[in-house]
Design a protein. Structure first.
Length: 477
């Protein structure tokens, strides 16, 4: 069978940023190809995930919705199909900004394939991008390695959505990363069924002081405990992390590995009437000090995380209320990289920008996620040096963070966009916001016959189309 070898836009990597970029690019009229090294789409959402809180942070601490677009569209469709839960505004989470809008990740993965068909996105799966084609500093396509041999594919604009900036490096774009010894630890996630949620809830109600609370400005610890004492439905909680007395005990008996604390998230399964809830443990293995770009280090992590999750499951079954009859339903097939490279872009978003809830003329989306909340390999799980956007608001994400220096015809979306370490934009909702923007921008560049850097001069059309596609750019704190 003969296939196309020339495209307007090629998106490399079919994780959350990549699928959003491909859909947005095709909707803006570009002939678009999405290339993914695996046989499926979704990346950390549904392959090496899901994230414990998918989706989350679509609202700021004031309760204003700050993120919509393709994120909201997929949530709405899954809600209508019975495979998502409504945005969670429970009393416990309200005001935290750390709200949940749960989706069933497996149905999310199926829906995404439908959306590829609906939007006429061409797909090339089982294909690893191993190099770029270049003329001077202009990227003109990519080289992919497949079971059928090497392929060269041409494009007017290439978008790197590999999460780790692999293609950006191949293209010669400058990147930044902290030394591997300081990186946040890598994790392997797993899910459990068979949990007795009534027993678990009874424990939470009886020991509210044992839990790590969401940050709700103006609410005291005692007020939060009071809410926990009357919690009726496990969905009101979202994240359940702490279990201080159990942690103390298993540290004493040396039954716990000590690389993280105790806790888990929830995953919805099944139709709304007969819903099952899975416990999702994504903080129960932590491997620090290893490079995401060294296969020997990665192999070590794959082995070590599997050792740790067996320890974790044993402890959960023995001590965690409600987990006596729990069983594992999924061990994710591969490690999740929590921190890696970030490109050096035309603008580098900073911790200060997040703290000031800064607005930018080249806004392409927003985020209310705090800066600086790093995971650490200790029973604390997360270091607490984070700062929220001021006035419980949100900051803008500037388009220039998607445009790497020194390379033309090239954009980056997802985890690797240009930020300083603390403002790292690695969360699902952020990756889909930047993916959607990169997709529209790339298609516009093709239409206007300009480069992504030249587009910086006038972003009015990009911002108009993004809003037509449902993105929120203005009108919130
Ligand atoms: C342990 C952990 C917990 C997390 N928890 C949460 C959470 O609870 N909530 C939340 O919102 N976020 C969470 N995140 C963050 C979030 O899940 C990811 O950072 C986000 O999904 C990354 O999206 P992405 O599109 O940038 O990259 P990815 O989802 O990693 O997608 C990259 C894709 O590119 C493909 N690829 C890579 N290289 C190539 C190549 N050379 N050629 C072709 N394809 C390639 C990969 O196979 C993959 O499909 C968590 C992350 C980790 C690691």
């Amino acid at each position: 069978m003969k296939h196309e070898t020339g495209y307007d836009v090629i998106v490399c990597g079919g994780g959350t940023s990549g699928v959003a970029a491909a859909i947005a690019s095709a909707r803006t009229g570009a002939k678009t190809l999405l290339i993914e090294r695996l046989g499926t789409l979704g990346g950390q959402m549904n392959v090496s995930g899901p994230p414990g809180f998918s989706y989350a942070w679509l609202f700021n601490q004031r309760g204003e919705q700050i993120i919509a677009g393709i994120v909201e569209e997929t949530h709405k469709r899954l809600l209508e199909m019975g495979y998502a839960l409504p945005h969670n505004h429970s009393e416990y989470r309200e005001g935290s900004g750390f709200t949940f809008s749960y989706v069933d990740p497996d149905w999310w993965g199926l829906l995404i394939f439908n959306m590829m068909d609906e939007n006429n996105v061409d797909l090339l799966l089982h294909a690893m991008v191993v190099d770029v084609l270049k003329e001077g500093d202009k990227v003109t396509g990519v080289v992919v390695e497949t079971v059928g041999g090497k392929l060269e594919l041409k494009a007017k604009v290439v978008i790197d959505c590999t999460g780790e900036g692999y293609v950006a490096v191949q293209a010669g774009a400058p990147t930044d990363m902290v030394p591997k010894e300081e990186l946040q630890p890598h994790t392997l996630a797993f899910t459990c069924d068979g949990v007795d949620w009534d027993e678990l809830l009874a424990y939470v109600r009886a020991h509210p002081e044992e839990f790590v609370y969401p940050n709700v400005p103006g609410r005291s610890a005692e007020e939060t405990c009071e809410i926990l004492r009357r919690v009726e439905d496990v969905w009101e909680l979202g994240e359940i992390r702490g279990f201080a007395s159990i942690l103390e005990k298993v540290m004493e008996t040396k039954e716990w590995h000590g690389m993280s604390g105790l806790g888990f998230f929830l995953m919805p399964k099944g139709d709304p009437k007969n819903r099952r809830i899975l416990a999702h443990l994504q903080h129960s293995s932590h491997v620090p000090g290893r490079s995401p770009y060294d296969p020997w280090d990665l192999t070590y992590c794959e082995r070590e995380t599997r050792r740790q999750i067996q320890i974790a499951f044993k402890v959960f079954k023995k001590y965690m209320p409600g987990f006596k009859n729990a069983y594992i339903t999924r061990v994710c097939p591969e490690l999740r990289i929590r921190e890696g490279r970030r490109i050096v872009g035309d603008y580098i978003l900073t911790r200060q920008d997040v703290a000031e809830a800064k607005k930018f003329p080249d806004v392409i989306g927003k985020s209310g996620f705090p800066a600086g909340g790093h995971h650490i390999a200790s029973t604390q799980t997360i270091a607490t040096d984070s700062v929220w956007p001021k006035d419980r608001g949100s900051h803008d994400i500037p388009y220039r963070c998607l445009v790497p220096k020194e390379v033309e015809n090239f954009l980056v979306a997802g985890k690797a966009i240009a930020t300083d370490r603390d403002a790292y934009h690695r969360f699902l909702q952020q990756t889909m916001v930047t993916g959607q923007a990169a997709g529209v921008a790339a298609a516009l560049c093709v239409k206007q016959n300009i480069t992504p850097r030249e587009l910086e001069k006038d972003l009015s059309e990009l911002q108009k189309i993004l809003q037509e596609q449902g993105a929120i750019l203005y009108g919130t704190h």
